[in-house]
Design a protein around this ligand. Structure first.
Ligand SMILES: O=P(O)(O)OC[C@H]1O[C@H](OP(=O)(O)OP(=O)(O)O)[C@H](O)[C@@H]1O
Ligand SMILES: Nc1nc2[nH]cnc2c(=O)[nH]1
Ligand SMILES: [Mg+2]
Length: 162
């Protein structure tokens, strides 16, 4: 269970995904990009734009229900990436490496890249940008919205009117 949260804004996600694109550009060109849905969709779109890559394939894989890990289920396998040779796989993050292991079996010859990585899974990806600790849960902008936060001086006191 995560004990810390790391909140990523749209702006930061765009910057970090562009940093990933800079790194990957050194390995380009790729024949196509495989986005691991859903989390990999937006980083894959940003990388595809920067690398001027217009062939986008998807693999749909569900491993988590909110913060609870389960058995990975492939709801859509790749159809146009062969054994992965020449392809770039993009996901938002690698945590335990469970999803990455499944995807690697499907596309063993692809280059696997994520924006964020945790220690338990980082050896399973070829390229990543930012490492966060294993006890941190990354909150993406599509999972969050701004809301009121009480002043620090009021911490521990019940909200007014409660
Ligand atoms: O390394 P792991 O422990 O496997 O965790 C990483 C995976 O978990 C999340 O996907 P999730 O299953 O939540 O599905 P989603 O992308 O549709 O949100 C995330 O997008 C990665 O794909
Ligand atoms: N949003 C989100 N999904 C995950 N799936 C596995 N680890 C994480 C995480 O830290 N954040
Ligand atoms: Mg995912």
């Amino acid at each position: 269970m995560a004990t810390h949260y790391y909140t990523v804004s749209w702006d930061q996600l765009h910057r970090d995904s562009k940093a990933l694109a800079w790194r990957l550009n050194a390995l380009a060109p790729f024949d196509g990009i495989v986005a691991i849905t859903r989390g990999g969709l937006i980083p894959a779109a940003i990388v595809a734009r920067e690398l001027e890559c217009r062939l986008i394939e998807t693999v749909s894989i569900v491993t988590y229900d909110e913060e609870r890990i389960g058995k990975p289920t492939i709801t859509k396998p790749p159809t146009a990436a062969g054994d992965g040779a020449g392809f770039l796989i993009i996901d938002d993050l690698v945590d335990t490496g469970t999803t990455a292991r499944e995807v690697r079996q499907l596309l063993p010859r692809a280059h696997f890249a994520t924006v964020y990585a945790k220690p338990a899974g980082k050896a399973l990806v070829d390229t990543f940008i930012t490492e966060v600790s294993q006890d941190t849960w990354i909150l993406f902008p599509w999972d969050t919205e701004p809301q009121f936060v009480a002043p620090i001086a009021r911490a521990g006191t019940p909200p007014r009117g409660a």
